[in-house]
Ligand binder design. Structure first.
Ligand code: MRU
Length: 354
């Protein structure tokens, strides 16, 4: 279970230990989760985040419930509903809990089977993200050939690296693969207000991997695109409908609009577990998470002595509102990079994957 590019692992006491993403990049702290409620809290308070990793922690959360409530199947299943409801938008969370509950329903050795299933979900994610990396990188090479490029500029939003889906992510997987293949690649990293997953997490991952990158304020992308400084936009997703609409971190839609206006390919990278075959019109049907306004008011960083601090950046009596995600309509998406290949963001194509 333990691997360099995994933000969660079973520790020597058999508890789930996770990298606490709230404190990156300045502090590398871990948090130990011993109960199902601990898992629910870690998902809702963003100790762990990113669609895939939320699903992984949820799966292990159900295992922790099996440890707490031993052979009481009904109690485990009832309690797992709390984990399932810990965040509303990322469908991997519901998918992983449902898969765990199905195993528990049919099991004669709940603890053993729950642990094996949670490990299996994680191991499958590793394979998925590896394949997404290769397919995505083939697309990069193809664009470079067609445009006769010597180097390649990608823009990404939020964090869809190994902190979000083990071991190499979704949107960042093709970038890591490109680095492996020796492609001269540079990444524009959207800071991703309000929580700054780009500025804090994507930059931290790319630095560690030696990938050339530049952090930009969220509003910069359109300008870069107008000046031919972006060859491709790639992001992850939290939920993609059967008609190809994609929910991802707030601000993704604006990048897709700029990309369309500037004729720049806009790709979404996702594992098949991120499809929601029940919904079609993402704008109408996907529940968008509302988060605390404090995430807009307060930022974390280090002071001039290197000491971590939370600071308020807004007037104390101003209100704020914090939508966690937005929906990019299928018509703005060039293609969906999945472990099953490059798919058109189109109902007829997506339904074949079911
Ligand atoms: O609120 P977060 O940080 O969990 O949002 C994460 C994203 O929007 C990612 O882009 C998404 O989960 C895809 S990564 C597998």
């Amino acid at each position: 279970m333990n691997g360099k590019y995994r933000p969660l692992w079973l520790n020597k006491n058999g508890d789930l230990e996770v990298l606490d993403q709230r404190y990156l990049p300045h502090e590398e702290l871990t948090r130990v989760l011993k109960t199902g409620d601990d898992a629910t809290e870690a998902i809702s308070d963003m100790t762990v985040r990113g669609a895939g990793v939320i699903g992984n922690v949820a799966a292990f959360g159900v295992y922790l419930l099996a440890r707490e409530f031993e052979n009481n199947k009904d109690k485990i299943i009832q309690e797992s509903a709390k984990i399932r409801a810990s965040r509303p938008t990322a469908v991997n969370l519901m998918w992983a809990v449902d898969r765990m509950v199905e195993v528990i329903k049919n099991s004669n050795d709940i603890l053993k089977d729950a642990k094996a299933e949670a490990i299996k979900i994680c191991d499958e994610d590793v394979k998925r993200s590896e394949t997404i990396g290769k397919i995505g990188c083939d697309i990069i090479e193809d664009i470079m050939r067609k445009k006769n490029l010597k180097n390649f500029n990608i823009l990404t939003h939020c964090n869809a690296g190994w902190l979000a889906i083990i071991d190499s992510g979704t949107a960042l997987a093709p970038i890591y693969e490109a680095k492996k293949r020796g492609i001269d690649i540079h990444v524009w990293v959207d800071e991703t207000r309000p929580r700054n997953q780009g500025a804090n997490l994507t930059s931290w991952e790319l630095l560690d991997a030696g990938v050339n990158h530049t952090i930009i304020a969220d509003n910069t992308g359109g300008h870069l695109m107008q000046h031919e400084m972006v060859d491709m936009v790639i992001t992850g997703a939290d939920r993609v409908t059967r008609c190809g609409d994609a929910a991802n971190k707030i601000g993704t839609y604006l990048k897709a609009l700029s990309a369309k206006d500037n004729n720049i390919p806009f790709y979404i990278a996702l594992p098949l577990s991120t499809f929601d075959f029940e919904s079609c019109d993402g704008v109408k049907e996907i529940e968008i998470e509302m988060r605390s306004e404090d995430e807009v008011h307060i930022m974390r960083g280090i002071d001039s002595n290197g000491k971590p601090q939370d600071i308020r950046i807004t007037p104390k009596d101003s209100k704020a509102i914090n939508y966690g995600f937005d929906v990019t309509p299928a018509r703005l998406i060039t293609g969906l990079i999945t472990e099953a290949g490059l798919i058109e963001a189109d109902e007829n194509e997506i339904k074949k994957l079911k």
